[in-house]
Design a protein around this ligand. Structure first.
Ligand code: SAH
Length: 242
């Protein structure tokens, strides 16, 4: 899991690079076997603090000390945190996005979160826009926590937002169409497309707060909810148990 994404397989990176260069971009399409086709409006990847949803604003305000912006994309959170005086390192597996972030004045590195040779220490690890999604499957959460422990300075914290996507499977009477044998219901498959660039399919995890807490506890983390979002989403703060 230490890989990075090449230019020709990187729709989001291309969209970010286009928008950075020209102020415009085409449609960044998100395809899944589980949902109708969706779209990520590219300007939202360049959002400023006032355009961020409340739980992201809360996350920014809870950041302390040296911050790792994990899966930083166009670097919108890194820029805001830098302006607030934080020492910030942004990592991403997209070469194109890392290049854009460097041009925007961010200390951005082409590093996969799971790369064990990355051993710097941070007071805060920020995973914005459901960054925890990178684990793909709930069963990989222990590996995520192990990596996070390696990167956290003593007393450090993880800030992440995610969503409980059970509403997607809910019927009008409140019952749910979920196949319990198929694994955790927040595990989704995605593929992105931008102009003529199609990315590799990938697994992405949305996790409800209770399930996250359970995994966090098993891996030696405390997990507290800091804010509820507007649509089954929330912000959580995790710290290593003493
Ligand atoms: N945090 C940004 C971008 C979110 S999109 C924002 O809120 O706007 C998710 C980003 O995570 C993408 O840029 C993707 O390239 C990156 N990413 C996915 N897997 C990763 C991994 N294992 N390590 C580091 N970055 C990763």
């Amino acid at each position: 899991m230490n890989s990075t994404i090449a230019h020709d397989k990187d729709p989001m990176g291309r969209a970010i690079a286009d928008y950075h260069k020209t102020g415009k971009a085409g449609k960044l399409r998100v395809l899944s076997s589980m949902f109708y086709e969706d779209e990520i409006p590219v300007p939202t990847l360049f959002r400023t603090f006032d355009k961020m949803p409340p739980q992201e604003q809360a996350a920014i305000e809870l950041c302390r000390g040296r911050v790792l912006d994990m899966g930083a994309g166009a670097g919108c959170h890194s820029l805001e945190l830098q302006q607030r005086g934080h020492d910030v390192v942004a990592i991403d597996i997209s070469e194109l996005s890392v290049q854009v972030m460097k041009e925007r004045g961010i200390d951005a590195r082409l590093i996969n979160f799971f790369d064990e040779t990355f051993t710097e220490k941070f007071n805060t690890i920020l995973l914005a826009m459901n960054g925890i999604g990178i684990v793909g499957k709930a069963e990989k959460l222990p590996q995520f926590f192990q990596n996070a422990k390696r990167l956290l300075a003593p007393g450090g914290q993880i800030l992440l937002d995610s969503s409980d996507i059970r509403y997607i499977f809910m019927n009008d009477d409140g019952s749910m169409d979920i196949n319990l044998a198929a694994g955790y219901y927040g595990e989704v498959d995605y593929k992105m497309r931008y102009r003529n660039t199609t990315g590799e399919p990938f697994d992405w995890l949305y996790i409800d707060f209770d399930t996250l807490s359970m995994y966090a506890n098993e891996s030696g983390f405390n997990c507290e909810k800091c804010a509820d979002g507007e649509h089954y989403d929330y912000l959580a703060r995790l710290t290593v148990k003493l």
